[in-house]
Design a protein around this ligand. Structure first.
Ligand code: TMP
Ligand code: ASP
Length: 237
């Protein structure tokens, strides 16, 4: 049973339920970029992202990776475990794109031999500054053991997702993960969707993700729908 709203982020709103161990995440149609400086709405965006996330969470669970996903309660709402969110954005990069090409002398589309993991502090106020383990521990956002666990889980998720996306005709240059603490364990939280991944069509190289909105690259909904058709074809039957 959905009760009052406890938190509203840029793309999802979180509600309490009658069970303190469970929350409901509502995937909204709102879109933001550049720390919320650019804003818009896109009908059905919440639906596609919720359905894509659901499918990916289910597949990761089958791979033995714990996620906060429990079940869908509507087309755009998922029941999730209440976790203590770790205030770190975990970015995994396979192909150079986005901020890494602006901050470092790396050409866009460079394929990295080894995936790169970057930890950023989740803080709009400070512009999500990059962390290393020592800073994360000094700030009290995570322990050394948690940082190591997160790195291992992020790499496992990456291995699975790169292979899966390849099968559906998509390259995965990079994506962002968030984790939470539950019963002494670290579990995957947040979402994995077109808002949080870079996805490039294997044939055309076209962006099929939020970069379309960030950089005005075309029809966002058409691209999100196409990704949904490849990942969750059953919702179109
Ligand atoms: P970046 O190249 O802008 O640093 O983004 C790296 C990846 O992280 C990209 O797949 C988009 C995703 N991302 C988020 O999900 N949320 C964010 O706030 C940012 C900045 C990036
Ligand atoms: N989600 C972030 C924001 O709204 C940034 C991004 O995804 O580009 O500001």
């Amino acid at each position: 049973m959905k009760e009052e709203q406890i938190y509203s982020g840029k793309a999802k709103t979180i509600y309490r339920t009658d069970d303190p161990k469970k929350l409901i995440a509502h995937f909204r149609n709102s879109l933001t970029a550049f720390d919320g400086k650019k804003k818009s709405e896109a009908p059905k965006k919440g639906y596609y992202n919720a359905q894509i996330s659901k499918k990916i969470f289910e597949m990761l669970e089958s791979e033995g990776i714990r996620t906060h996903f429990i079940e869908m309660v509507s087309d755009t709402e998922m029941l999730i475990d209440a976790v203590e969110i770790i205030k770190i954005e975990v970015i995994v990069r396979n192909i150079a794109a986005g901020s890494i090409t602006r901050k470092y002398p790396i050409e866009e589309k460079t394929h990295f031999k080894n995936p790169i993991i970057v930890f950023d502090l989740k803080s709009d106020e400070y512009g999500d500054p990059m962390l290393n383990d020592d800073i994360a521990v000094a700030l009290g956002v995570a322990t050394y053991e948690e940082m190591e666990k997160i790195r291992i889980i992020a790499l496992r998720i990456n291995r699975f997702l790169v292979e899966y996306m390849d099968k559906v005709g998509l390259l995965l240059p990079d994506f962002k993960l968030e984790f939470g603490r539950k019963d002494g364990d670290i579990i995957l939280a947040d979402e994995i969707s077109c808002d949080t991944c870079r996805l490039w069509d294997k044939k055309t190289g076209q962006s099929m993700d939020k970069d379309i909105f960030r950089f005005d690259k075309g029809d966002l909904l058409k691209a999100y729908e196409e990704v949904a058709r490849r990942i969750v074809p059953d919702i179109f039957e």
